[in-house]
Design a protein. Structure first.
Length: 266
């Protein structure tokens, strides 16, 4: 089992930011990545649909031999982590808890902002995760759905992006948060514009923490592969016009080994 790959899935290619961090921390591990590009976006869809898609994604990764699964999608983690864990036989982690732990470790005032897709914010998943740590922190959520297409379009420092970011983030600024959690795969790419508006506060991009959590869990479960080749296989349910250009922006290295696959509903 140790030689088997780690499975990672996301609604699209944004989850490659998580893969990038996993590859830094665990360079010997092989990774099988599934991006459900045919059914993206998840962040505007219903809970039922995302539960079903997430189960199908996990089953695909298990069919490719995944020994451990990371749900790199925040929308999917928000509403489907429990159900996928119950359905599948391998250990599974999501992206919410590692970010929450990091935010709790660095906040001084206990006023924490969370930005994500509409599904993530309205699911209440972050409030629930913070509650599990018995914290008295004030959690202020804000859905920023337009950030996703802006990143897909490559408008990372466009004037329009700055205007939209200003409209989304101003209420959080007025709420005097001291820590902002980036609860979406796409948002780390907008860090410069977000920082310009929010200024000198703490920022949490959970991808680094997810890599650390995965490394620790592989150790605990005795699933490490210290002598692997570090291969990365990328499967996408659709190959859109500019997927490679965008994917490489997230991955920060050339996308070499990719192919299109069909899932039941995709
Ligand atoms: N991957 C999604 C997330 O992290 C963003 C894109 C989508 O809406 O599918 O929430």
């Amino acid at each position: 089992m140790n030689k088997n790959p780690i499975g990672v899935f996301d609604s699209g290619i944004g989850g490659l930011t998580v893969v990038k961090e996993i590859r830094k921390i665990l360079p010997d591990e092989d990774i099988v990545y599934l991006g459900d590009t045919a059914r993206l976006p998840y962040g505007t869809k219903s809970v039922d649909a995302i539960m079903q898609f997430s189960i199908e994604n996990a089953e695909f990764l298990i069919s490719r031999g995944a020994k451990f699964i990371v749900i790199a999608c925040y929308s999917s983690t928000s509403v489907a982590l429990d159900v996928v864990q119950k359905k599948c036989s391998v250990p599974i982690i999501g992206v919410i808890k590692p970010g929450v732990e990091q935010a709790l470790a660095i906040t001084k005032t206990g006023r924490i902002g969370v930005i994500g897709t509409s599904l993530t914010i309205y699911s209440g998943a972050y409030e629930k995760a913070f509650k599990e740590f018995n914290t008295r922190c004030e959690i202020l959520g804000r859905a920023c759905p337009l950030f996703v297409p802006l990143v897909e379009e490559g408008w990372l420092d466009h004037q329009a992006t700055e205007l939209i970011a200003q409209a989304y983030l101003q209420p959080l600024k007025e709420d005097n948060i001291d820590t902002l959690l980036l609860g979406c795969t796409h948002f780390p790419l907008l860090m410069p514009v977000i920082k310009k508006i929010m200024g000198d506060i703490h920022y949490v991009d959970a991808s680094v923490e997810v890599g650390r959590e995965l490394a620790q869990q592989l150790k605990e479960n005795k699933l490490e592969n210290p002598r692997g080749l570090g291969n990365l296989s990328i499967y996408l349910t659709d190959l859109s016009m500019n997927f490679k250009e965008i994917g490489e922006r997230f991955l920060a290295e050339p996308m070499r080994n990719f192919s299109r696959i069909s899932l039941k509903g995709a």
